[in-house]
Design a protein around this ligand. Sequence first.
Ligand code: C2E
Ligand code: MG
Ligand code: MG
Ligand code: MG
Length: 280
Amino acid sequence: AKEQGGGGRLEIYAAHMHAKVVGRLELQTELRQALADRSFALEFQPVVDLDTSQVTAVEALVRWRRGEELVQPEEFIGPAEESGLIVPLGEWILREACDRVAMWRASDWDIGLSVNLSVKQILSPRFVETVAGVLEESGLPGRVLTLEVDEEVLLENPGEAVERLSELRRLGVRLAIDDFGMGYASLAHLRELRVDAIKIDPSFIRDLGEDGTVTLLTHTIIRLGQDLGMQVVAEGIERPDQLEQLRSMGCGHGQGFLVARPMVADGVEALVGGGAGVAL
Ligand code: C2E
Ligand code: MG
Ligand code: MG
Ligand code: MG
């Protein structure tokens, strides 16, 4: 009876795993179809200069329009990476975002663009050519584009990834380390790869002023970035006290719901189009 119970549990476990795998495969099929149907959409979140409250750039964030539902990237970027769909999806995101920002720049608005990359994209063949091609077709100068990578990118295949990213940098494109401070090797990466910006992980900003160690670490990251000549962007600013603290620490740039939420392109245009600042 004991053994039977164990076998039963194993069967339940196996059935559960099976359901999970099937669910995953179905999701991947659905995602492939969504790309063909143009069911992905971009939102843009403003990044502001904390001194002037001017919007200096927008970060492109992908969403999936699944019927009435707007699915957030946390639910589908992982599966898109596993299936390899992130390569064509990422190319679509890059092209769509560059075209939009090129349009804004053509109307005399000096705005930059940040796009997130997955490691699969960076290591895919001809990725550098793809980026160069998109820039050329959109007419966007390389320096206007910042590519955001997180540590995972540098952990998975460090030599190859650093090589590809360095080639991208030679195109004039800027590089940023996203979610900086979360990975145990954040500092080591600054040695291997020249980056133009670091984005401080929101978990630091959340506890700013409430946790002495976090506050000190945040201040240290800001100074480190400054000393290395990098732009420092604080992510996840939600409260006025966080904004004040970051300003007093000399943090150059910020992003977060207090500043502006991610918005569709028309929303960005309505709010800050042409170079209007935000009220902060
Ligand atoms: P991320 O690149 O660190 O993007 C910032 C995330 O924080 C966004 O979530 C944004 O909506 C959210 N956020 C911004 N301000 C605040 C705030 O004040 N409070 C809180 N609680 N959240 C805030 P989102 O759009 O759900 O994206 C999540 C992650 O998915 C991104 O993190 C990025 O790693 C990934 N992702 C998004 N778009 C893309 C994409 O086009 N390509 C790739 N490869 N990954 C993407
Ligand atoms: Mg990002
Ligand atoms: Mg990220
Ligand atoms: Mg981040």
